[in-house]
Design a protein around this ligand. Structure first.
Ligand SMILES: *Cc1c(COP(=O)(O)O)cnc(C)c1O
Length: 202
């Protein structure tokens, strides 16, 4: 997760072998993409505004955190215009903190069994993404990750049972990635533990 770090820091990680980087602002991702090696895989991680989808699509390999049905429908619409198939992770709200972003487990199941979902041909749901409560209580974090893993397993054997592309569980950041890996993470999103404190704010 290279957000708020300059292209030079990404270049350094690239030279050490890292090829996948995550950004949380569309403009920042596009600017960095233009300056850095072409074989970098860019992930968008964070809340995506619908009016930015069009700009983002040509540059992104995976959108973590598609947090509403409306957003997924809009991504599909723009992808269709461009003839693309866009990989997306659906964000599930697992933390105790109040947020307006993310599906609840019930909403997600309901949506994935609905007609509007079946009609989407230009997005591929590659898995789920979640963020645990920002707490030092390890048991709380573990329980939240476990609950998401169980939703993931349930979907893998039901809605997505005929597809082998529903494979990713994006959980774990600098403070909790070890717990996330123990609970089945396939993708950790590590920022500060690699790059240090974020250098600038937008
Ligand atoms: C910033 C961010 C991260 C990385 O956070 P660190 O604590 O610096 O590792 C991971 N996931 C999301 C969604 C983020 O916004």
């Amino acid at each position: 997760m290279s957000k708020f770090h300059p292209a030079s820091a990404i270049q350094e990680a690239y030279e050490a072998g890292q090829r996948v980087f995550g950004e949380s602002k569309v403009q920042e991702l596009i600017e960095k993409q233009a300056q850095l090696p072409a074989d970098i895989e860019w992930h968008f991680i964070g809340h995506l505004q619908t009016n930015k989808i069009k700009q983002l699509l040509p540059y992104v390999q995976l959108i973590h955190g598609v947090d509403s049905a409306k957003l997924l429908l809009e991504i599909n619409k723009e992808a269709k215009k461009k003839g693309l198939l866009v990989n997306c992770l659906l964000q599930v709200h697992i933390a105790q903190e109040e947020t307006k972003f993310g599906f609840s487990a019930e909403e997600l199941l309901h949506f994935l069994q609905s007609e509007p979902f079946y009609q989407l041909k230009h997005v591929r749901i590659s898995g789920l993404m979640g963020m645990a409560t920002n707490t030092t209580n390890i048991e709380t974090i573990r329980a939240e990750f476990k609950s998401l893993k169980s939703v993931f397993d349930q979907l893998k054997t039901s809605v997505f049972s005929s597809q082998n592309t529903f494979t990713e569980l994006s959980i774990g950041m600098s403070s909790d990635y070890q717990i996330a890996i123990e609970e089945g993470s396939t993708m950790v999103r590590i920022g500060s533990a690699i790059f240090g404190p974020r250098l600038y704010q937008i």
